[in-house]
Design a protein around this ligand. Structure first.
Ligand SMILES: *Cc1c(COP(=O)(O)O)cnc(C)c1O
Length: 497
C-alpha cells in the first residue's frame, strides 16, 4: 500500500521527505505545453494488437513539482564535492573541475562518433596520447581504451589471454586467484569459461610464492593478482610469482584498480605482468559511482598485442588512423571508442599533474592512509602489523568483544559525525573489516576530523553502547532494513499503489 503523503508531514524544518513522483500531482495536470500536431495521426497503419488499451501511467505534475522532486532527491545524495568519501577500494578522490572544463569543450563534446577518422583527428590524437601516457606510467607498449569499467577490462583481458593460448594450440582451463581478490575477478573468469582456483593469502596478508608453486600446473591459463591487494598491502613477490607462472606457459593478469598506490613508484610491465587493467575513474580522477560512467583501459605485454580489441588507434607521424585489420583481435568490446569523455578528463589530469605530480599524489595517498592507521591503531584492531599502501583495514574484533558494538554500528554512527562511512565487511578475509581509503586529496585537518570521529565512537562504545547501536540519529531516515529492498523490490507503480 502506498502512503498518502498528503496527510503526512512532508518536512521537518527544511529537511524534506519525498514521496514517489507518481504520488504527487493530480490527474490531468501537465508540466509542459506542446503545440498541436501538424501531421495527421498515424494510428490507422498500426496493428491494433500493438496499441495499448489504456494510456501509460505517467506522473501528472507541474514543472515546479518535477523540478523540486528531482532537486530534493539530489540533495539526499552524498558526493565527493560535499565531503570526504573514505570508501576503501573505490578511490573516491576529488575530481578537479578543470577536467570537466576540458571534457565540455565543444570540439570534444559535440563530436559524432560515427564520423570518419579524417574528421576525428583531434579525438584520435587525444586517445593516442592517453594510451602513450598510460603505457609509460605502467611499463607497457600498447593498451586498449575501450572497456567501460574495471570489470569489463578484466573480461577483455581474459578474452585476450584465452585467445593467446588458443593461438598456441593450448586450452588451459584454470585461473589462480588469491582469496583477497575483488569479486569481479572470479566473475570475469567464470564468464570467460575458466574455473577459478582460490589461493589463500599468507599470515602477512599477501600471497606467498610457495602457495603459487603448489597450485601451478600446465592447466593454468593465468594468475590474477590485485596489487596492492584489497587489504592495502603490496604484493612484494609478484616478480618471482610471474617467473614461476611463465615457466608453466601461463600469464600474469594484474588487477590495477589500486594503481593510485603505485604511480611513479612501480611499473607492473617491468616486473613480469602481462596484462593490466587501469580504472581511469579511480586513479585518474574521472567521476564515478553516481557521478558518471567508468573507463577501464587494459595495457598488455608484446605477446598479447595481436589480440587487442579493434579498432586500435595508430599514428603515422602527424596523422591518426583506425586499424581494423587485425586478424587475431578479440574484436570490439564496446561501441565506438569507449567512454570518450572520460579519456578527456583523465588525459587532462595526467597532463596537469605531470610525472612529478602523479608521483607526489601516490606518496600523499600512502602517507595519508598510514597516518590514519597510526591514529586509529590504539582504538581499533589492525589485522596486519605492517605499513599499508593507499588504504588501511581495521576491524571491530576488539571493540565487539569488549562492548558489543560492531562494524555496522560504527559505520552508521559515523554519519552523525558528518562522514560517509568507509567500505565495511570487505575484504572478506578480515572479519568485521572497516576499509578506509582517504586518498591524497584530503587535508590533514580532514584526516584528523575523521580520526577524531572514529576515536570518539570507540570511546562512546565503552560508555554508551546503546547510542552507537541505534545510530544514525541525525539523518532523514534512521536505520533501514538492509535487505528488504533487494528481497522484495517494488519495481512498478500501479494505480492501486
Ligand atoms: C573497483 C575495483 C574493480 C572493478 O572496477 P569497476 O570499474 O567497478 O568495474 C576491480 N578490482 C578492484 C581491486 C577494484 O577496486
Amino acid at each position: 500500500m502506498s502512503v498518502d503523503h498528503r496527510k503526512e508531514r512532508l518536512s521537518s524544518g527544511l529537511l524534506h521527505r519525498e514521496p514517489l513522483i507518481f504520488e504527487r500531482g493530480s490527474a490531468g495536470r501537465v508540466g509542459c505545453s506542446l503545440p498541436e500536431a501538424d501531421v495527421p495521426e498515424a494510428t490507422a497503419a498500426i496493428d491494433p494488437a500493438l496499441l495499448r488499451a489504456e494510456p501509460p501511467l505517467l506522473p501528472e505534475v507541474s514543472e515546479p513539482e518535477a523540478t523540486r522532486h528531482f532537486t530534493r532527491l539530489s540533495q539526499w545524495n552524498f558526493a565527493i564535492d560535499l565531503g570526504m568519501y573514505p570508501l576503501g577500494s573505490c578511490t573516491m578522490k576529488y575530481n578537479p573541475k578543470n577536467n570537466e572544463r576540458a571534457a565540455r569543450m565543444p570540439g570534444f563534446a559535440n563530436l559524432h562518433p560515427a564520423l570518419g577518422p579524417e574528421h576525428l583527428q583531434g579525438a584520435l590524437a587525444l586517445m593516442w596520447r592517453l594510451e602513450r601516457a598510460l603505457c609509460e606510467i605502467t611499463g607497457f607498449g600498447r593498451a586498449t581504451l575501450q572497456p567501460a569499467a574495471g570489470a569489463q577490462g578484466e573480461l577483455a583481458g581474459l578474452m585476450m589471454i584465452r585467445a593467446y593460448h588458443v593461438d598456441r594450440h593450448r586450452s588451459p582451463s584454470k585461473v589462480l586467484i588469491p582469496d583477497s581478490a575483488h569479486g569481479t575477478n572470479p566473475a570475469s573468469c567464470t564468464v570467460n569459461g575458466f574455473a577459478t582456483v582460490p589461493l589463500p593469502t599468507g599470515a602477512r596478508g599477501t600471497l606467498d610464492l610457495d602457495t603459487v608453486r603448489k597450485a601451478i600446473s600446465d592447466d593454468v591459463a593465468a594468475i590474477m593478482i590485485t596489487n596492492p591487494s584489497t587489504v592495502g598491502l603490496f604484493e612484494d613477490q609478484i616478480a618471482e610469482i610471474a617467473e614461476l607462472v611463465h615457466a608453466h606457459g601461463a600469464l600474469v593478469y594484474m588487477d590495477g584498480a589500486n594503481l593510485n598506490a603505485l604511480l611513479g613508484q612501480f611499473r607492473p610491465g617491468d616486473h613480469g605482468v602481462d596484462c593490466l587493467h587501469i580504472n581511469l575513474h579511480k586513479t585518474f580522477t574521472t567521476p564515478h559511482g553516481g557521478g558518471g560512467p567508468g573507463a577501464g583501459p587494459v595495457a598488455v605485454a608484446p605477446g598479447l598485442v595481436p589480440f587487442l580489441p579493434t579498432p586500435t588507434v595508430e599514428s603515422t607521424g602527424d596523422d591518426y588512423r583506425l586499424d581494423f585489420d587485425r586478424p587475431k583481435s578479440i574484436g570490439r568490446v564496446r561501441a565506438f571508442f569507449g567512454n570518450f569523455g572520460m579519456f578527456v578528463r583523465a588525459y587532462t589530469y595526467i597532463r596537469e599533474m605531470g610525472a612529478d605530480g602523479l608521483k607526489a599524489a601516490t606518496e600523499m595517498a600512502v602517507l595519508n592512509a598510514n597516518y590514519l592507521k597510526a591514529r586509529l591503531q590504539a582504538h581499533y584492531h589492525t589485522p596486519y602489523d605492517r605499513a599499508c599502501m593507499h588504504e588501511v583495514v581495521v576491524s571491530d574484533q576488539r571493540l565487539k568483544k569488549e562492548t558489543g558494538v560492531q562494524t555496522l554500528d560504527v559505520a552508521k554512527r559515523l554519519m552523525d559525525h558528518g562522514f560517509h562511512p568507509p567500505t565495511i565487511y570487505f575484504p572478506l578475509i578480515v572479519m568485521g573489516a572497516l576499509m578506509i581509503e582517504p586518498t591524497e586529496t584530503e587535508t590533514l585537518e580532514t584526516l584528523d576530523e575523521l580520526a577524531d570521529a572514529l576515536v570518539a565512537i570507540a570511546e562512546e562504545a565503552r560508555t554508551d553502547p546503546e547510542t552507537v547501536k541505534a545510530a544514525p540519529h541525525t539523518t532523514g531516515l534512521r536505520r533501514l532494513d538492509e535487505t528488504l529492498a533487494a528481497r522484495k523490490p517494488r519495481l512498478r507503480y500501479t494505480r492501486e499503489g
